[in-house]
Every structure is written in C-alpha cells, then in structure tokens.
Design a binder for this molecule. Structure first.
Ligand code: ZN
Ligand code: ZN
Ligand code: ZN
Ligand code: ZN
Length: 246
C-alpha cells in the first residue's frame, strides 16, 4: 500500500512538472511552485506532514495557478494532521475540478471513505466546534453566556442623541410670513438628548455575551480528541460521552 502510494507520487511529480512547464509563460513564480510542490511531496514521503502542510500553504499564498493534483495531496496531508474538515474541503475541490479523470481519483475516493467516520465523530461530539477544534470557556463571560456589559444602544453613555432635532434641541418651522422660527424640541424638551431606553441610563445592560454570541464557549486552536478530560470543571460532566468511561 505504502509502496503504491510512493510510486503514484513519483508519477504525479513527473506529470505536474509537465503541466507546469506547459504553462511556463504564465509567470516567473511557477519555477518556485514546482520546487515547493516537490518539497511538499518529498516531505509527504518522509511522513513529515507538518512540513508538507507548510509547503502547500506557501503555494496557495503565492497566488499562482494551483497544480491540478495538489488539492488531493493537500487533503491527504491534512488528513494525517487530523484537520479533517479542511481535508474534506480540499478533497471535494479536487473531485469537483478533476472528476474521475484525476490521477488520484481512486485514492481520493479512498480518502473520502476514511474521512466519513472522522467527520461523523466531529458532528456528534459536544466538545468541539464543527471543524473539530476543542471548545473552551469564553474568556469574556467565563462560560456564563450572559454578562453585564456596556449598553449597545448608547455605547455605555446612558444617553442618546434626540433623533427628531438631530441633537440640537431646536426644531424650525416657517410662520405665515415665510420666516423661519425656532422652537424647543418637544421630544427632548430642548435638551438634544434622551435617556437611553434600553439601559434606562444605567449605561450597562445584562445580555448575551458579544464575544461568544451567547454560546459560552469559543473554539481553541487545539484539535479535539472527542474525549472528556478529567481536569475539566464539574459542569462539563453533563457533556460526558457515554463511551468515554473506562
Ligand atoms: Zn429633540
Ligand atoms: Zn443604554
Ligand atoms: Zn462569552
Ligand atoms: Zn470533539
């Protein structure tokens, strides 16, 4: 299996080179792309998927046309790094672009099958977001979902400008002689300002935490193993998965 994989990579390397050479007039960076792609493939063969990941990202960021087989190779790399959601995105892209004509069509279908249960695990896990990253308590509300915060309507001022007089306190009217006369604004009694109706002038409101949109959690940069951890606080026990008990 491993040998077949390496052989097919070797074949790919040659075909990619051919493809890149045929587009050589597109831009001067293509030589760099070939080099980066070859380095990525070398890294994959060594099992250094972290290095391969860096190389692929460099190619994407360099804004040159992406070699047609690259989305598959990147998907394979991301699979090994446990970034299943992203792996699926690139795999779908590969299949969309190349269909069954892609050099890695069979491997792509195999990878699709291997991804399926991983994606299902993420979906059914309460401990990670939909991309598989571990959720942690929101640092703004400490996981409580609601907090006292600056009133959003008055931005913590307690007062808002009167909209009828545009904050001037005065409104104008023309009299019968067509002369402009000034009157105190009735709505704000000539003050130009009104007490904020949301916070009633308290400047703060108790409401859904803005940082986490009331979820109480935010995604970390750690990939989730879908296992509850013993060091998590008591309230997390309600999320414990039935099969995670020894
Ligand atoms: Zn007014
Ligand atoms: Zn307010
Ligand atoms: Zn929050
Ligand atoms: Zn999880």
């Amino acid at each position: 299996m491993q040998k077949v994989f390496i052989n097919s990579l070797f074949f790919l390397m040659l075909t990619s080179l051919a493809i890149l050479q045929s587009h050589a007039q597109v831009g001067p960076n293509l030589g760099g792309t070939t080099r980066a792609l070859n380095q990525a493939i070398d890294a994959m063969e060594r099992g250094d998927y972290q290095k391969a990941n860096e190389q692929f990202r460099q190619i994407i960021q360099s804004n040159v046309p992406i070699p047609p087989e690259m989305p598959y190779l990147f998907a394979e790399t991301l699979f090994h790094l446990g970034q299943y959601d992203n792996s699926q995105n690139f795999l779908n892209k590969y299949l969309d672009l190349n269909g069954f004509k892609g050099d890695h069509y069979k491997e792509a279908k195999d990878l699709q099958a291997k991804l399926q249960p991983k994606i299902e695990e993420i979906k059914s896990c309460q401990l990670c977001d939909r991309k598989g990253y571990r959720l942690v308590d929101c640092s703004t509300c400490n996981g409580s979902t609601h907090i006292e915060q600056d009133c959003r309507v008055c931005r913590g001022n307690g007062i808002v400008g009167c909209s009828r007089c545009a904050g001037k306190g005065l409104v104008t009217k023309k009299n019968v002689f067509n002369i402009v006369e000034y009157y105190d604004c009735e709505r704000c009694d000539g003050n130009g300002r009104l007490t904020c109706i949301r916070c009633d002038g308290d400047k703060i409101e108790y409401g859904e935490c803005q940082a986490c949109q009331g979820a109480g959690t935010t995604a970390s940069e750690v990939l989730c193993d879908h296992q509850d951890q013993l060091d998590l606080s008591e309230k997390r026990t309600s999320f414990r998965m039935p099969f995670s008990h020894p």
